[in-house]
Design a protein around this ligand. Structure first.
Ligand SMILES: [Fe+2]
Length: 297
């Protein structure tokens, strides 16, 4: 594994800011070359040349296996800061009591942002899912986020949008513990940079879009249900209706991501410009996202 910091070089001096004479915060770190099967990380900050022997400055542990960096001054508690009120909004769905029963991976010839942008856009359900999800008669309300790290909108409707509104899509009952106001619909949420969650009153779908390169991405779709639902005798039989729905709906998502990427690469594609420098600004922003932040995010 390789551990680096953009604050100082290998063998160099750690800036004063990161000492008790400065702001006394931890430096930013990034790491790569993670072994297969890694479950979590521990980061130790020791000084082996201290006069009294090895001096243990600090340690960070239980860093999730899929993290590849720690921001400056970033301790384990700052994930809660990052999420803000997002956790409170979804608290009654009790994700902690759910289990992942199925995970499907799609490797796509499209930039990882295509799926994220599609999922977030208002045109998504009416157009991308015009023959499937848009058949639900629903009224959407956007939740005002407490920070810029997430978006959430609630779609009120009958039944469950983790299924399709056709007679042979039998589902599970609504989770009893869910807030009454959230019982009659679905949350569509985006957690930046590349995670999206669809939370029904009966379970959840979690999407993760990550870059493999500037033109290739990996979409992972996980199906979650409450433990009490998974314990039902008829679980395996009924859950097939949810998988059937996913094959159709996620198939539409994948197809539109590929079409969108093809459009970006088309010689006829022209970006709409709001100012003369917008194209170069977009290119710089995308270059950074794909090649600098992307592989480490
Ligand atoms: Fe979709």
């Amino acid at each position: 594994m390789t551990l680096t910091s953009r604050a100082f070089q290998q063998g160099g001096t750690i800036p004063m800011k990161y000492t008790c004479d400065g702001d006394n915060i931890s430096p930013p770190f990034a790491w790569s070359g993670v072994p297969e099967g890694t479950r979590s990380f521990v980061l130790l900050c020791d000084d082996p040349s201290a006069p009294s022997g090895i001096f243990h400055h600090w340690a960070a542990y239980d860093i999730p296996w899929d993290w590849r960096r720690l921001a400056e001054g970033h301790g384990p508690e700052s994930l809660a800061d990052y999420l803000g009120e997002f956790r409170d909004i979804l608290a009654s769905h009790r994700l902690e009591d759910m289990v992942c029963v199925r995970r499907v991976v799609f490797d796509m010839d499209s930039n990882w942002k295509c799926f994220v942008e599609n999922y977030s856009d208002g045109y998504h359900i009416p157009h991308v899912h015009r023959d499937s999800l848009s058949r639900w008669k629903s009224v959407s309300t956007r939740v005002t986020p407490s920070n810029e790290n997430y978006t959430a909108s609630f779609s009120a409707h009958e039944g469950s949008q983790l299924l399709l509104p056709f007679p042979d899509y039998v589902g599970f009952p609504a989770m009893p513990e869910i807030d009454e106001k959230w019982k009659t619909g679905t949350f569509f949420t985006t957690l930046r940079p590349g995670m999206m969650m669809t939370l029904g009153n009966d379970g959840a779908l979690v999407f993760r879009s990550e870059p493999l390169s500037a033109t290739q991405s990996r979409l992972t779709v996980s199906s979650l249900f409450p433990k009490s639902t998974v314990a039902r005798n008829d679980f395996e039989e009924i859950v097939q209706n949810y998988y059937r729905r996913n094959a159709i709906v996620v198939g539409e998502d994948v197809a539109v991501s590929l079409r969108q990427h093809a459009g970006i690469e088309s010689p006829y594609a022209r970006m709409a410009l709001l100012c003369r420098t917008e194209r170069s600004l977009n290119q710089i922003a995308n270059w950074i996202l794909d090649r600098v932040i992307g592989p480490q995010a």
